[in-house]
Ligand binder design. Structure first.
Ligand code: AMP
Ligand code: MG
Length: 312
């Protein structure tokens, strides 16, 4: 995707909004973000209040390059190797904060670590560059709700609350970034995503996958998340009365929608949040969802589905 003159003008205006401490909705390759100047306590506070996000849930800081990231996070040799290999891309690294780090402590929820990512999207990257500061950005949805993968989702979510939303069309990946904690002696996968444990291990060898401890290490890994308004039932072969059925693969019969008729996990990931939104909007009692294979990108899809179905 290239940026035309009209979009460039919109990005420049949005960058001014960021500099003035306002919120901007913008596309990344994962999902749409709700961005603010990460160095400003006031701007970061707006993210928490607008989303209704608990203050103990730290934000990911988006930057344009590894060099910039090194001003804010302490990179070990392994961290640098990973960053060189996967950035720009859908991988967030948790690193120790540098002593001179200018990022708002509210953004990192007072932790001595910081979550950093270089996104792989021309609009996101141009916005950060033009704003000339790091941008704190969680997904642009009300806390606990379904992440947005289209500009109109963001507009519907925050009517009158967010003035500027840059439209980059559908997000390619459709799931939030993989989160890898590389701040301590053990490297831990905190959140599965498009970049899989296997992808990372191929680069740096075995890592820990202590999702059980993730609640302590990553306060944002709340059990109920990505939740539609209606109930969600998982691993369903066929739906019951009043349920809408979200299928996967050609074996799913009588589906309302199908994440991927050909059973393609990439396609399923990029359709997931949009289809959940659409089904939720139809006012059914529940959404029944077909089993998704627990391998590759399926691990990240199932992680999101478990949270969508968790008791609220
Ligand atoms: P979100 O912005 O909602 O996609 O989520 C970002 C995720 O990164 C949340 O689950 C946070 O808990 C996690 N995170 C952000 N900063 C840190 C940090 N310093 N240590 C551990 N996890 C973090
Ligand atoms: Mg989110």
């Amino acid at each position: 995707m290239s940026i035309n003159a009209m979009m460039l003008k919109e990005i420049k205006d949005a960058a001014i909004q960021i500099q003035e401490g306002e919120l901007v909705g913008f596309p990344t390759e994962t999902v749409y973000g709700l961005g603010a100047d990460a160095t400003s306590d006031g701007a970061v506070t707006k993210i928490f209040t607008t989303k209704g996000r608990p203050r103990f849930n730290p934000l990911i800081i988006h930057v344009t390059s590894i060099e910039e990231a090194r001003q804010y996070g302490v990179f070990s040799k392994v961290a640098l190797d990973i960053a060189h290999h996967f950035w720009p891309g859908p991988l967030t690294l948790i690193l120790p904060r540098t002593t001179e780090c200018p990022i708002s402590w509210l953004a990192t929820a007072g932790l001595s670590t910081i979550a950093l990512r270089v996104p792989d999207h021309p609009i996101a990257n141009e916005l950060i560059k033009r704003a000339n500061r790091p941008i704190a950005a969680p997904s642009a949805n009300r806390s606990g709700k379904i992440s947005p993968t289209r500009a109109e989702d963001v507009i519907n979510e925050f009517r009158n609350k967010v003035e500027t939303v840059l439209d980059g069309g559908n997000c390619q990946v459709g799931l939030e970034s993989t989160v890898l904690d590389i701040s301590g002696s053990k490297t831990v996968l905190l959140r599965p995503g498009y970049i899989t444990q296997c992808d990372i291990e191929n680069k740096i060898g075995p890592i820990n996958k202590t999702i059980d401890n993730a609640k302590i290490i990553a306060p944002g890994m709340l059990e109920s998340h990505y939740a539609p308004d209606c109930k969600v039932r998982l691993n369903v072969i066929s739906s019951e009365n009043g349920e809408l059925f979200l299928g996967f693969g050609e074996n799913s019969k009588n589906t309302t929608l199908n994440l991927s008729v050909t059973g393609n996990l990439n396609e399923a990931a990029s359709n997931l949040f949009q289809m959940l939104r659409e089904l939720d909007g139809r006012g059914a009692s529940a959404i029944a969802i077909a089993p998704i294979p627990e391998h590759g990108l399926g691990i990240a899809i199932n992680d999101r589905l478990k949270r969508a179905a968790a008791p609220r």
